[in-house]
Design a protein around this ligand. Structure first.
Ligand code: SF4
Ligand code: F3S
Length: 106
């Protein structure tokens, strides 16, 4: 399965959602997650993210390992998103910023 990681928080560009053939993405206030039970490992979303927030679970950097659990936990709480939307106005300034997990809104 593929996993959305920290760099999506407060960036949320949503380019990823348009390519998913099985509508895996669920949207929260400032982050997206992938439904691990729906993802068919097609790999299409990974190169679409402008901030490289999406990884195959086997390629997750060690410090992002907990995002696998977080995607699974938040999937049932958030609605599916299938169409790209405008990112937050300040998305650019949050690219590659460290320690964004504490800013995650649920
Ligand atoms: Fe969807 Fe494919 Fe990405 Fe899985 S790898 S979330 S199926 S686009
Ligand atoms: Fe997030 Fe990247 Fe998608 S920032 S919303 S994973 S395109």
């Amino acid at each position: 399965t593929f996993v959305v990681t920290e760099n999506c928080i407060k960036c949320k560009y949503t380019d990823c959602v348009e390519v998913c053939p099985v509508d895996c993405f669920h949207e929260g206030p400032n982050f997206l997650v992938i439904d691990p039970e729906e993802c068919i490992d097609c790999t299409l979303c990974e190169p679409e993210c402008p901030v490289n927030a999406i990884f195959a679970e086997d390629d997750l950097p060690a410090e992002q390992a907990h995002y696998k659990e977080l995607n699974a936990e938040l999937t049932p709480k958030w609605p599916v998103i299938t169409e790209r939307k405008e990112p937050p106005a300040d998305a650019k300034q949050w690219e590659d910023k460290p320690d964004k997990l504490k800013l995650l809104e649920r």
